[in-house]
Design a protein around this ligand. Sequence first.
Ligand SMILES: Cc1cc2nc3c(=O)[nH]c(=O)nc-3n(C[C@H](O)[C@H](O)[C@H](O)COP(=O)(O)OP(=O)(O)OC[C@H]3O[C@@H](n4cnc5c(N)ncnc54)[C@H](O)[C@@H]3O)c2cc1C
Length: 143
Amino acid sequence: MLAKTSRRVIMVWPKPLKAKRDYIEKLAARENVSFIWDSEVSAILGDNGVSGVSLRNVKDGTSTDVACAGLFPFIGATPNTGFVPASVANGDGRHLNTSHGFATSDSRVFAVGAVRTDYGGNIVQAMAEGVGAAEFASRLLLH
Ligand SMILES: Cc1cc2nc3c(=O)[nH]c(=O)nc-3n(C[C@H](O)[C@H](O)[C@H](O)COP(=O)(O)OP(=O)(O)OC[C@H]3O[C@@H](n4cnc5c(N)ncnc54)[C@H](O)[C@@H]3O)c2cc1C
């Protein structure tokens, strides 16, 4: 979207990109888009507005300044699972592990969609998982 309205877009990313290959190929094919890998923004430069960013290479620690007129932070989506009780196994500290019927380690707690370990990432899957968990939970309540 930024590439449609900006003269030049530089994408800075510290790790291998996990986006769908199709998305990456479409982005890479745009003439006004370039990538700076293994790097993260360590400072925003400018007095009254953005004039550039300082980038830190996460592999060798070196810093480089890159001129730009603006930046658009997109730093991922972390599942909001902090409120989930400790009794529920938490795979990587953020996502919830599930077994049969999308039940977590606490059989009364279900997890579906983006909060779940091994979620595939499509909204159709999230909806289907919601239906599956609801059916499983209703069977538990009725029997
Ligand atoms: C930029 C972008 C583009 C995408 N494009 C596509 C696409 O083209 N096709 C596709 O299939 N998928 C796409 N996805 C992925 C898709 O949006 C997600 O996989 C899907 O929305 C996950 O559904 P979910 O219900 O698990 O989570 P969410 O849609 O994130 O819903 C979780 C909801 O819970 C609410 N919530 C959080 N914490 C609390 C709380 N404590 N109490 C109450 N409510 C709470 C949140 O506000 C949110 O409304 C895209 C995602 C992004 C970020």
